[in-house]
Design a binder for this molecule. Sequence first.
Ligand code: PRT
Ligand code: ZN
Length: 211
Amino acid sequence: MKLKIAIQKSGRLHEDSIKLLKECGIDINNGVNKLKTEASNFPLEVFFLRDDDIPQYVEDGVADIGMVGENVVLEKNRQVQEVEKLGFGKCRLSVAVSKTVEYTGVQDLAGLRIATSYPVIVEQFLQKNNVQAEIHEISGSVEIAPGIGLADAICDLVSSGSTLFMNGLKEAEVILKSQAVLIANKGLDAAQQQVLNKLLFRIQAVKKARN
Ligand code: PRT
Ligand code: ZN
């Protein structure tokens, strides 16, 4: 039996995911454009996927576990369990407004058009705060929406803040602090759970050594 893990195929989490597995002593040869590969010294099969697809694959059991941003896990709202925070891919999901407007609090968002790729999380945030606003779902380049008149505010991932700054925006509300997490299918059998525990033990040791 091999445990199947899904990691990002390319993008911001790809290298850190591979690096973590390597530091766990797991040898994987990740040739370019490969869809999957096997570890040579650990019962692990690695699938390379788009991050957005990882929660569903793990819910469906196509993959048993996965490494993905907490922001994606919450947005996709799939039935998976979060097993461990991985300490990389750290960012904030924040609402930003034009730097020229005075922002005093969440009620200032009432009636605004908010552009985001995270409609589910933003909707939950607005409801929790009893604010009525219009959510415009767009899939990329969210930060240019206010500048072209498409929205009054945005909600997007922020790390250094330089993208917001370059687009004349400022961070108004932090909705979520996110990092990469290890998620698992909820119905793992005993053998799968045993391999997961072994992997988890190593991940925790790597995390400890990094601190
Ligand atoms: O192709 P695929 O669908 O797999 O990848 P993707 O393009 O959807 O995601 P990718 O690779 O951009 O990001 C993967 C994950 O990295 C995200 O889901 C987050 O969990 C995490 N992460 C950490 C970030 C950032 N930091 C980040 N800064 N994801 C995106 N950004 C973007 C942000 O959207 C904005 O455009 O970087 C820009 C802001 O950065 P600063 O430094 O200018 O603030
Ligand atoms: Zn994605």
